[in-house]
Design a protein around this ligand. Sequence first.
Ligand SMILES: Cc1cc2nc3c(=O)[nH]c(=O)nc-3n(C[C@H](O)[C@H](O)[C@H](O)COP(=O)(O)OP(=O)(O)OC[C@H]3O[C@@H](n4cnc5c(N)ncnc54)[C@H](O)[C@@H]3O)c2cc1C
Length: 422
Amino acid sequence: MAKVKYQDTPVLIVGAGLSGLACAVTLAKAGVPFLLFDQAEKIGGRVQTDEVSGYRLDRGFQVLLTAYPEAQRFLDYEKLDLQACYPGSKVWFDNRFHRVADPIRHPMDGVKSLLTPIGTLGDKLRVGMMRMGLLSSKSMPDNCSTINALGEMGFGDSMINRFWKPFMRGVFLEDELSTTIRKFEETFRFFSTGDTVLPKKGIGEIPIQLAGELPQENILLGTKICKVDRDTIKSIDGNQWQGRAVVLATEDFHANQLLGLDQPNEEWNAVDCLYFSLPTTDLPSDEPILYLDGSGEGPINNLTFVSNLCSCSPPGQALASVSVIGKKDLDMEKIATLAMKQLFQWFGPMVKHWAYVKGYRIRQAVPSCPNPPIPTPALTRVFRCGDYFGLPSIDAAMKSGRLTAEHIIKEHNFLQVNGPRN
Ligand SMILES: Cc1cc2nc3c(=O)[nH]c(=O)nc-3n(C[C@H](O)[C@H](O)[C@H](O)COP(=O)(O)OP(=O)(O)OC[C@H]3O[C@@H](n4cnc5c(N)ncnc54)[C@H](O)[C@@H]3O)c2cc1C
């Protein structure tokens, strides 16, 4: 069979987040020319690490799960120098922290967890049964919320309020656990079958590694696209490109805007992420473990000393990443003050030496997902991809980008027949 020879007219990809990057890498590997555009000055979209006063701050606490199939496909884990979190957490309840451990990976800690007030003995057995596949929510409908499903599986209030709520809030980035049970199942499976990790230099290393596989001259940053036709895109500064196909790898609402489509009532889950620096001598522990608020008093939902995982602070200093969920009505200064009070309660007077470094208010973190998305057929020659095509995550974004690229590659007849138009 003759090898398909692609002509030079590129596929135009708008959006250099993980979906756009995965699309570009897939096309590049197949020899399909492409141009990748983003309005921002940096690739990565929602996955960013910023350098601020000697600290490396991830824009929101997010983690990679090594079991993600697309991450395994696209990323070189060794080069990312991945650092693993302890598979469990410390839960604040009744004025002290209680360790809750994965009973399969840390059986000894798991046994000790049986004695904590974080759930009843029956609840802990249920978790063990879930880990062994003996208890499952698979028969529940797609639109069943996680909170209802946990109740139906028999978990009691002490487990739901003290553990599941703070833990899953930190994953879903919404307060009520109204996210579909399918997302819970997927997350639980990935947490159970792999490690929860961060690249040593921060989450932003993931898009940097992907972009490293692409010719840099094909990436046009600081280029906001304002008009899209069948095979042509136009930037706000008046430049125009014609391609074989256009891929919108933007967030859903930006794609709708560019296509002039009605905006469905799109909801987003949000998070405020605050960073505090502290002398390394003040670190309560050098363990890379997640701290959760099981008391429900807040405002902090979860905290990680990220410097126990990453190279993210100057010598002598450690860094705490704090996530606050559902406090959109309070301004960041107020949240920082309330968070400090909570930290004082959690870690004692040494918190006086801690300093607020920076806060990120992320209003559009992940699309709300009360139902799994329904795949929609492509209606025009303009393709779309993004995390909103799946249960939103790093993995869903990369999968969607790859599938879109594979679809375009398969349609190489279209690529050849239509040819350049100018
Ligand atoms: C705080 C936070 C925590 C998270 N935690 C996790 C986690 O722990 N684990 C996990 O798996 N996932 C997590 N996620 C989700 C994950 O980061 C996203 O699902 C994923 O990065 C989305 O990638 P994307 O390519 O679909 O979209 P985006 O990253 O949003 O990329 C879209 C790109 O399109 C560009 N764009 C938009 N309009 C235009 C235009 N007109 N012209 C040019 N460019 C345009 C944007 O600038 C952007 O770069 C988290 C996200 C956030 C924000």
